[in-house]
Write a protein that binds this ligand. Sequence first.
Ligand code: DC
Length: 223
Amino acid sequence: MISVAIDGPAGAGKSTIARAAAAQLGFIYVDTGALYRSIGLFAVQKKIDFAQKNDIIALLGQIDVELTFVDGEQRVLLCGEDVSDEIRSPEVSMAASVVSAIPEVRSFLFDLQKDMAKHNNVVMDGRDIGTVVLPKAQVKIFLTASPEVRAKRRCLELEQKGERVSYEDVLADIRQRDYNDTHREIAPLKQAEDAVLVDTSELTLEESVQTLTGLIRSRLERE
Ligand code: DC
């Protein structure tokens, strides 16, 4: 099986670019952030106090998360219910960032991610895929862009969905999540030593996809 690990900060375009690259390669695209978001959503639904780590850990026994694919598109099922759209709200983004810093949450989701790569050719995106989940991935890419560019892109995305947002709020949100993701003790966001750095700040979406697929193909040819 072939694994392509794509890590990087929030809003670098990872999911859009990785999804397109996976489609071109005929691989399954696995968005691991959706798993952390599902746990975040569950905690929001249960009105958990996010300062109480133990309360979040106690929830894990009640949670059942599953990934399914409908027409090649990943859907995430939380206790049997498709929550793929619900997990995209800013509230759940922040909740996901908090719960993902808890070691018990990470180990809860570890096997599920490993299993996907064991049985499928995957392009898997997240924060610790190249460093922790799939350290033996044949290709590792660290995809990034400046916080300002990422905030602009996120604003556009939310506006297209009809949501009114302020650029300053979105930028502050991104900076906060970057801080959380890079400073947590367990599996912090960092570039794997053998990962290729791709900065998409100056690239269009199409250019980013081309850069990525080109990179992946040339690495796989060398395998
Ligand atoms: O990629 P995303 O924005 O959907 O991720 C949501 C949160 O989950 C983000 O704050 C970081 C966390 N995450 C993680 O810790 N490890 C992963 N492999 C994927 C996401």
